[in-house]
Design a protein around this ligand. Sequence first.
Ligand code: SAM
Ligand code: SF4
Length: 334
Amino acid sequence: MPNPLLIDPFGRKITYLRISVTDRCDFRCSYCMAEDMTFLPRSEVLDLEELDQIASAFIERGVKKIRLTGGEPLVRRGVMGLVKSLSRHCQSGALDELTLTTNASQLYRYSDELAEAGISRINVSLDTLKPETFKRLTKNGDHEKVMQGIGAAKKAGIKIKINTVALKGINDGEFNDIINWCGDNGFDMTFIETMPLGDIGELRADHHLPLDQVRGELEKKWSLSQSSHNSGGPSKYFDIGETKTRLGFITPLSEHFCDTCNRVRLTCTGKLYMCLGQDSAVDLREPLRSDPTGKALGQAIEKAISLKPLGHNFEINSGENKPALSRYMSVTGG
Ligand code: SAM
Ligand code: SF4
């Protein structure tokens, strides 16, 4: 008998799995992590073969898209082995897309291999074109290497979408420049609103910028028309008349996007989060390890989907120095 498809209690078909392959990162973006982060002990982290087994169990139940993320996915040792191994599901037609989200710090060395493994599109997070702002924001990021990496991925034929977190007082003066630069390079782009995940030791509300406000400003300069493109996710897309590229806005706070949610998130320790904005999670590591037949894992996945909540309840609370959730974005990878 074939495995059942994953349909949650609200009738949403789960076809998209994000896997945070590590919670570690070579950057410390100020809105994402505290400078003195404590990372998960390595002994708790699943090995890459185990991540492959879990991903494959999802694919057997109708998942069509997998995104590797983190932390920084490309700093996990051996990660290219996982990419190559998962790409067999694309070749067989079981998976429509295998992709990743990266800070681009390692793209200068992995772009060719990624392209060879069939990765045709990636998301690159880049919040500023200014090397000094970049250094301040990421703490130890090397802007030149990142730009070199983006160039290498482009040259390898990988389609790039740039993700930029909108930050009041940090990068809000260069949105037009970033859009121009993306247009010149043929990159689509998405603005992201800061989300209250994890204690970063400062008030996120100080830099929070509602994207409806950003869009209003951009519309004064750019011809933005509603795009027919729909990723099934939280992004609203517009076609930019001048650049012929797309501009998306991810607005978890100012507009809810839960009705059409098709995704779940796996951490590198095997916890499955059914919602980015909720703390409830189901452990898949124990069933994975206790039953080599894969039956217990399959049952745990199906049970987890039956617990997917209707939506999140994020709120940026400017009065309190507390995030809505204690978990950092790097644990589930956005
Ligand atoms: N390290 C990779 C990167 O930066 O692309 C992948 C992981 S990172 C957690 C994924 C995305 O989450 C990035 O685009 C990052 O800007 C975004 N992000 C991190 N923390 C965030 C927060 N608190 N609010 C909104 N976006 C956040
Ligand atoms: Fe690292 Fe990505 Fe978080 Fe920046 S946003 S600290 S690159 S995980």
